[in-house]
Design a protein around this ligand. Structure first.
Ligand SMILES: [Zn+2]
Length: 271
């Protein structure tokens, strides 16, 4: 085992850079354990034959959702480890291929939600306007864990012109034949975090988190650029959905944790 310190002068003095890296790995591992594992009531999300959801492998269990509409296949979020294979398998369940994906909606561009971006190159990728610099790699997240992760291990970003990006900065409705998909900016977890309401399900990204110990609540501070702003955005979101008169029945986080959107859940996500 490589020692973390040398004992040259009789005292153990750790190399500061190595100590930072080890601390970073420990923080990420602890955070991963807290976020981990399996899905929770993912069956509440729209299901086959017209829609399907899965999570990619690894401790993060990042969700990918796909659905057939009159205007082609839509995908929400792109997973992480093994995302390309997971997405293709999901599309097979719908009798579709990657060429059928017309719209891809990203809740945000943290590395664990964009894994399969190369697989959907033929689609239009919709994301928050303020998220684009982070997606393309010209800006860096400031949340504790993403910041440490960026220092330790890089990940691929799309180059200029490589993808067709559609930025949104205000509440926006996409009419897809008989379906309407609504996008609502909820800045805070990241600057351009956006949630999507589709077939009575709110795809809340990481603006909402679920843990065994605490159930549903707002964005986790160690992953978020501005958790206080995220909570304010969620409070505003609930008012905006209500004033638009749009019904929603289910909420799913970007890690495959779903629940019925009753008054208890609506109160809990503001915590
Ligand atoms: Zn995130």
């Amino acid at each position: 085992m490589t020692p973390l310190a040398s004992a040259g002068d009789g005292k153990r003095r750790a190399d500061p850079r190595r100590r930072r890296i080890v601390r970073g790995i420990l923080v990420m591992l602890v955070a991963a354990i807290g976020n981990a594992g399996c899905t929770h009531d993912i069956h509440l999300a729209p299901a086959p034959p017209l829609a399907a959801a899965t999570t990619t492998t690894g401790p993060w269990a990042s969700m990918i959702f796909a659905a057939r509409t009159d205007s082609g296949v839509v995908v929400i979020d792109l997973g992480w480890t093994g995302a390309d294979k997971a997405l293709r398998s999901l599309l097979t369940q719908l009798g579709a291929t990657t060429a059928d994906v017309r719209w891809t909606f990203l809740t945000h561009a943290h590395r664990d939600h964009i894994g399969a971006w190369r697989t959907v190159q033929a689609s239009t990728l919709v994301l928050g306007r303020d998220e684009i610099p982070f997606f393309t790699g010209s800006a860096r997240y400031t949340g504790l864990v993403p910041r440490i992760g960026d220092r330790l291990v890089s990940y691929p970003h799309p180059g200029k012109g490589e993808l067709r990006l559609l930025p949104i900065a205000t509440d926006t409705a996409f009419v897809l034949g008989r379906d309407t998909l609504r996008a609502f900016p909820v800045p805070g977890h990241t600057a351009g975090s956006t949630v999507y309401l589709f077939r009575e399900t709110l795809f809340a990204g990481d603006a909402v988190n679920w843990r065994v110990t605490s159930g549903f609540r707002g964005a986790r501070s160690e992953y978020s650029d501005d958790p206080k702003r995220s909570r304010a955005s969620l409070a505003s979101l609930l008012r905006r959905i209500d004033s638009a008169g749009v019904r929603w029945r289910v909420l799913c986080t970007a890690h495959g944790k779903c629940g019925l959107a009753d008054s208890t859940l609506r109160a809990r996500i503001l915590r």
